[in-house]
Write a protein that binds this ligand. Structure first.
Ligand code: UTP
Length: 238
């Protein structure tokens, strides 16, 4: 069956992937990885409807740091960050064979409207003060998606920061309430780096599950997109 014959009406499940810049452009075989990721997403798009929000990674951090050194405000650092996320989105979009860059959707509404033709829509950030995890949750809400797949550089959610606490428990499945506790912090130990707290609130309110996987583990990423059992953590929102 050719991709051209697939219409949105044939596919019922919708997935929004939030992929960190640390996965897309760590400087380790990035082109090879992005090509393999694009091939996987095309294959998966025969079974589930996929949209992707890309993070800014080290390009965003470089411009934020250097921008700050030359007197830039937080707002200006965010604007650099958003540009970096859109460049990363452009790379994945290119690997998917579309070549939309620099015409990358700037809002979740625009991304959602471009989903209608059955393509895999790829976007970055939207406005200062947000993160791409938050944008992914907003796009999932807009699309009424079944799940968010968070493709990060950590393989799962742990009871504590595994780097600081080696005996931390690795969770295979937790409730959205438990994730909420972790990102807002128990006893003042917030771990908002796991997933943007705004995104957690949106997922909780709209019953959207979050699958946390290591983004360079394409086998686990495939399972997460299909809603199957994963090596990472499934966060249940209902
Ligand atoms: P992210 O922090 O989302 O990218 O955006 P990342 O670091 O690659 O993501 P993770 O943590 O690995 O998932 C990079 C920067 O871009 C700005 C913020 O400054 C953010 O830190 N940004 C991004 C915005 O201001 N608004 C957005 O909608 C998205």
């Amino acid at each position: 069956m050719s991709l051209r014959n697939i219409s949105i009406g044939d596919i019922t499940e919708k997935v929004v992937i939030s992929i960190g810049g640390s996965i897309l452009i760590p400087g380790r075989d990035d082109g090879k990885y992005i090509g393999e990721l694009a091939a996987l997403l095309k294959e998966l798009s025969l079974e589930v409807h996929i949209s992707v929000v890309c993070g800014g990674g080290k390009t965003a951090r470089y411009y934020a740091t250097t921008g700050s050194e030359v007197g830039g405000s937080i707002h200006q650092q965010d604007l650099f960050g958003i540009s970096a996320t859109r460049m990363n989105a452009g790379l994945l979009d290119l690997a998917l064979g579309y070549g939309n860059y620099p015409d990358i959707p700037e809002t979740v509404e625009e991304a959602a409207s471009r989903c209608e033709d059955g393509k895999i829509v790829v976007m970055g950030g939207t406005e200062p003060g947000h993160t791409t995890d938050g944008v992914a949750a907003m796009l999932a809400r807009e699309l009424k998606a079944d799940r968010i797949v968070n493709a990060t550089s950590v393989d799962a959610v742990y009871s504590n920061d595994p780097k600081a606490v080696p005996e931390a428990e690795k969770y295979s499945e937790i409730s959205i309430r438990r994730l909420e506790e972790l990102v807002y912090g128990e006893h003042g130990a917030s771990r908002s780096g796991i997933f943007d707290p705004l995104g957690v609130e949106i997922a909780k309110e709209h019953g959207i599950d979050i699958f946390m996987v290591h983004g360079r583990d394409l086998k686990d990423l495939r399972s997460a997109n299909l809603g199957h059992k994963i090596k990472g953590t499934v966060v249940r929102s209902h």
